[in-house]
Design a protein around this ligand. Structure first.
Ligand code: GTP
Ligand code: MG
Length: 224
């Protein structure tokens, strides 16, 4: 079986080209208690955990998705929000990261104002501006407790070249939206990286300029 669970052998599998499942590392960053663990459970397992403990270090969850006929393994790093539980891990979070999901709690303004600090940490760890980043406002089901207006969040997201998703890990009606957060990133990564391979063929050894792939109408092929 190919590493990462490539295609099961077909009738004449010896002739089948060797298909390596690509793995995209996506880290989920934000204050403690904003719902990072619940969001990753919802995406990877389709459920909302009844009870969660504060994450210590990091928890890994994976989900294999199919995009335009290619199986891609999305490896989600659910990081700790509490300083005392993340100290020795931060370098590992950012090493070879492919995409970043910043999460705040729409019912806690402090978790939104702290985003500056999380973005700063990301920059300090030399995460390239080419690495796609999205902003997620979680716990939108708590309608009467919302403290962060959408307009404010949108302005912040635009200023940092991020898409904004306002959702709820808890509300089952929102599970499609939670799914689209990660699928959008996976699509952009697929487009970005296949472009890289094509460029490598054409001009090996020269710097590559990466842009998301565009379809015939110049529209980005990504659903988001
Ligand atoms: N109402 C509501 N509660 C949520 C939602 N997502 C998470 N919670 C609750 O918020 C609390 C914290 O959720 P976690 O996912 O453990 O938070 P975390 O960001 O992983 O916290 P750390 O691991 O400490 O960084 C738990 O009690 C969850 O049940 C949501 O969408 N809506
Ligand atoms: Mg957690």
């Amino acid at each position: 079986m190919a590493a990462g669970g490539g295609r099961p052998p077909g009738p004449d599998s010896s002739l089948e080209p060797y298909v390596q499942t690509r793995i995209f590392k996506i880290i989920v960053i934000g204050d403690s208690n904003v719902g990072k663990t619940c969001l990753t459970f919802r995406f990877c397992g389709g459920t909302f955990p009844d009870k969660t403990e504060a994450t210590i270090g990091v928890d890994f969850r994976e989900k294999t998705v199919e995009i335009e006929g290619e199986r891609i393994k999305v490896q989600v790093w659910d990081t700790a929000g509490q300083e005392r539980f993340r100290k020795s891990m931060v370098e590992h979070y950012y090493r070879n990261v492919h995409a970043v999901v910043f999460v705040y709690d729409v019912t806690k303004m402090a978790s939104f104002t702290n985003l500056k600090m999380w973005i700063e940490e990301c920059n300090v760890h030399a995460v390239s501006p080419l690495v796609p980043k999205v902003l997620v406002g979680n716990k939108c089901d708590l309608k009467d407790l919302i403290q962060v207006p959408s307009g404010m969040a949108l302005k912040f997201a635009d200023a940092h070249n991020m898409l904004l998703f306002e959702t709820s890990a808890k509300d089952p009606k929102e599970s499609q939206n939670v799914e689209s957060i990660f699928m959008c990133l996976a699509c952009r990564l697929k487009a970005q990286k296949s472009l890289l391979y094509r460029d490598m063929e054409k001009r090996p050894g020269r710097a590559q300029k990466l842009e998301p792939s565009r379809d015939a109408h110049g529209k980005s092929a990504c659903p988001c």
